[in-house]
Design a protein around this ligand. Structure first.
Ligand SMILES: CC(C)(COP(=O)(O)OP(=O)(O)OC[C@H]1O[C@@H](n2cnc3c(N)ncnc32)[C@H](O)[C@@H]1OP(=O)(O)O)[C@@H](O)C(=O)NCCC(=O)NCCS
Length: 179
């Protein structure tokens, strides 16, 4: 699965990406609300090495987010269920946050999920303290469907979990595809 947008390319993570991935994924500001954080460059290399080549139900499938010249500026992943749903998450390197790149990358992902992969519902789980992530979900038009209070045990604390979702028929891209 390779996707191209006006400014970005989404494709497979490569062994050569390990250093860049390690740099932004181990940044405390980036890792604050995330379940996985590499401790070492070797961890980042292992993460890249265990990626599967095609999406499969029940497994996270990760894509690199690159500028057209090839530079890795983030990554996103999704996990399909076997009943036509998908959860997604995204991480951008600090130097490339706030430029609309995350929005552009997720828009391409949603087009692919609702289009070629025929997913009927997409959802994402966000810690409400994660202001940029809450803003990203809203700017994509995802609906906040739940705010669970202290429902997750995360690094020793009970934390809230906000669920955002969208159905295929609500994605603006789907109207264009059926015309
Ligand atoms: C969450 C994350 C990917 C968002 O990336 P980003 O670079 O801020 O996203 P974009 O530049 O595409 O901005 C998306 C929207 O959010 C808004 N936004 C971004 N940061 C914001 C902030 N701190 N406060 C208010 N709005 C903000 C932007 O203005 C934009 O809205 P618009 O399209 O209406 O203009 C990024 O902050 C990140 O990688 N965080 C660390 C990893 C993480 O926590 N991921 C979340 C897992 S789901």
């Amino acid at each position: 699965m390779e996707l191209e947008t006006a400014r970005l390319r989404l494709d497979a993570l490569q062994p050569a990406d390990a250093e860049a991935l390690f740099r932004y994924r181990s940044d405390p500001d980036v890792a604050r609300y995330q379940g996985w954080q590499p401790e070492t460059l070797v961890d980042a290399g292992r993460f890249i090495g265990k990626q599967s080549a095609t999406p499969a139900p029940g497994a996270w499938f990760q894509r690199a987010i690159r500028l057209h010249r090839g530079e890795l500026i983030g990554d996103l992943g999704f996990c399909l269920s076997d009943d036509g749903q998908a959860e997604f998450g995204i991480t951008m390197a600090p130097a490339h946050q706030g430029n609309g790149f995350a929005r552009e990358a997720v828009q391409a992902l949603l087009d692919e999920l609702f289009g070629r992969l025929d997913v009927r519902r997409v959802h994402a789980s966000v810690d409400p303290r994660n202001t940029p992530s809450m803003a990203l979900m809203r700017s994509l038009g995802l609906r906040q469907e739940a705010h669970f209070r202290e429902s997750l045990r995360f690094r020793g604390d009970w934390v809230d979990d906000v669920v955002f979702a969208m159905l295929a028929r609500e994605w603006p891209g789907s109207a264009q595809r059926t015309q």
